[in-house]
Ligand binder design. Structure first.
Ligand code: ADP
Length: 478
């Protein structure tokens, strides 16, 4: 059997491992983005609040001045003593810088704050802007200074927070390291788990292949109690059945060839004797040819019986009709009457009327014929055969009892086996094939019946077959 190669990416192992990886990749992406975004938002929020409140404090302090001059503003700012800000800028309504913490030494000439935030604040807006750039939180805020409804100036605050920036960066780096560790562990674990799973599938595949190649004794070791263990168990049971069937088949073939070989060998021997013996007389030749004919007849019977068995195994039942068992038994006994009287055996009957079963007439004929023929074959001169047919509840019973040689107790279960004979010599002498009863058993079962054998008293055996009784359809039923 050619072993199909599974492409690497189509393999269950890769699919299983990658599904793990995809799930963890999603988790890791979330882990790396959500906390960062959330803490950034939190920081922006707190910056906005603190800058705005600082701006509010300054503007309310400055508003007291009514008119703003650089000296007064500087004085107020010194009094307020604001720390932690990179730059504080105060302008007049025209944007002229009155105070700039970044340039404490005031330069000559007029300085205008041309910052967008200042322009907006002078128009009466509160402005806040925050960004995270080059490991630093940059926040700017601007507010108008209003005195009696008039904008008398603007405050601009600028803060660059490196500490928080570094913290955020450290968080980011920590998360990245954790993610890397998780990714590596996931990769290793998923490879390990998927290997474990696929190793068991591979073992199952290998076992199927081995059994497929004809080694029916091979079994899987069930590991654990999961679905794979169930699968292994089912596989073992299937192989048990396969092995049993194969055993039956082998035995049948070997028995059949053995049975065919014996008459063939006899024919060969007889033919050789005639050819090699120059001085053989006419009468001996006739005897030998008669024996050859006998052996050929046996071969024909064996092949016919083998064919009958194969038909029973492979063909459907054929069309069944209601048949009266009593009538068929009587007819078969009539056919076998000459054989019976030749053997000094007498028939007796107890046949009840209306014993109808649903059956193929030929099959029922075959069953009766084989049973009655055996009852004569394995009988003694002066013996008798009692044929009984009677209803028993929803069954019809056919019973053939003889007063013959009987069957030893230990052989009784085996007489229905193919090629089984209690007394080989007697069977052979009587022209038996060892297949008659197995044909009977298979045919009876095919029609839903059963068959058993027991000892007859004081001598002989009783074969009993039961069939489901035929129920005529009710009026009006199709
Ligand atoms: P065979 O062709 O040898 O008769 P069967 O399958 O019909 O094969 O029977 C199997 C064996 O069972 C026979 O060889 C015989 O030994 C035994 N047997 C069958 N029927 C009887 C019987 N009525 N009385 C005693 N032995 C029987």
């Amino acid at each position: 059997m050619k072993q199909k190669k599974i492409p690497f990416f189509a393999s269950l192992q890769v699919k299983y491992a990658s599904s793990y990886l995809v799930i963890f990749a999603v988790v890791l992406v979330l882990l790396n983005t959500y906390p960062i975004i959330a803490s950034q938002d939190l920081l922006f929020g707190s910056k906005r609040d603190s800058l705005k409140s600082q701006a509010a404090v300054m503007s309310s302090a400055l508003m007291e001045l009514e008119t703003l001059t650089p000296e007064q503003v500087e004085r107020v700012m010194t009094l307020l003593n604001i720390t932690g800000l990179e730059r504080v800028l105060v302008t007049d309504p025209a944007g002229l810088v009155l105070y700039d913490s970044a340039r404490p030494e005031r330069e000559e000439g007029y300085q205008y704050a041309l910052l967008q935030e200042v322009v907006l604040a002078l128009r009466g807006y509160d402005v806040f802007h925050s960004a995270y750039q080059s490991r630093c939180f940059i926040s700017t805020a601007a507010s108008p200074i209003i005195y009696r409804g008039m904008t008398i100036g603007a405050i601009y605050l600028y803060e660059a927070d490196r500490t928080q920036g570094e913290l955020l960066l450290a968080l980011q780096q920590n998360l990245r390291t954790i993610s890397l560790v998780i990714a590596v562990v996931t990769l290793l674990l998923s490879t390990f788990f998927s290997r474990m799973l696929t190793a068991r599938i591979t073992a199952l595949l290998r076992a199927i292949r081995i059994v497929g190649e004809g080694e029916y004794g091979h079994r899987l070791q069930p590991v654990g109690r999961d679905e794979m263990a169930h699968l292994a168990d089912e596989f073992n049971q299937l192989t048990d059945r396969l092995q049993a069937t194969e055993e039956v088949r082998r035995r049948f073939v070997s028995d059949a060839s053995h049975e065919l070989k014996t008459p063939l060998a006899s024919i060969q021997l007889l033919a050789d004797s005639i050819l090699q013996n120059q001085e053989i007389d006419q009468a001996t030749v006739r005897d030998f040819v008669f024996d050859i004919g006998e052996e050929a007849g046996r071969l024909t019977r064996i092949t016919e019986h083998l064919l009958a068995l194969t038909r029973l195994d492979s063909l459907p039942k054929g069309s069944t009709v209601p048949v009266d068992v009593s009538k068929v038994a009587r007819r078969v006994a009539g056919q076998l009457e000459p054989v019976a009287s030749g053997a000094g055996v007498a028939f007796r009957f107890s046949l009840k009327p209306d014993c109808i079963i649903q059956c193929t007439p030929d099959d029922l004929h075959q069953i009766c014929f084989n049973l009655l023929e055996n009852a004569i074959k394995y009988n003694v001169p002066g013996g008798s055969v009692l044929v009984e047919v009677y209803p028993d509840q929803d069954q019809i019973i056919l019973e053939v009892a003889d007063t013959g040689v009987g069957i030893p107790e230990e052989d009784m279960p085996k007489v229905f086996n193919r090629f089984y004979r209690v007394d080989k010599a007697r069977s052979r002498a009587a022209g038996g094939t060892g297949l008659g009863l197995s044909i009977v058993r298979d045919t009876v079962r095919r029609h839903g019946g059963w068959i058993t054998v027991r000892a007859n008293h004081p001598a002989g055996s009783v074969f009993t077959a039961g069939f489901p009784r035929y129920e005529p359809p009710e009026e009006g039923e199709p």
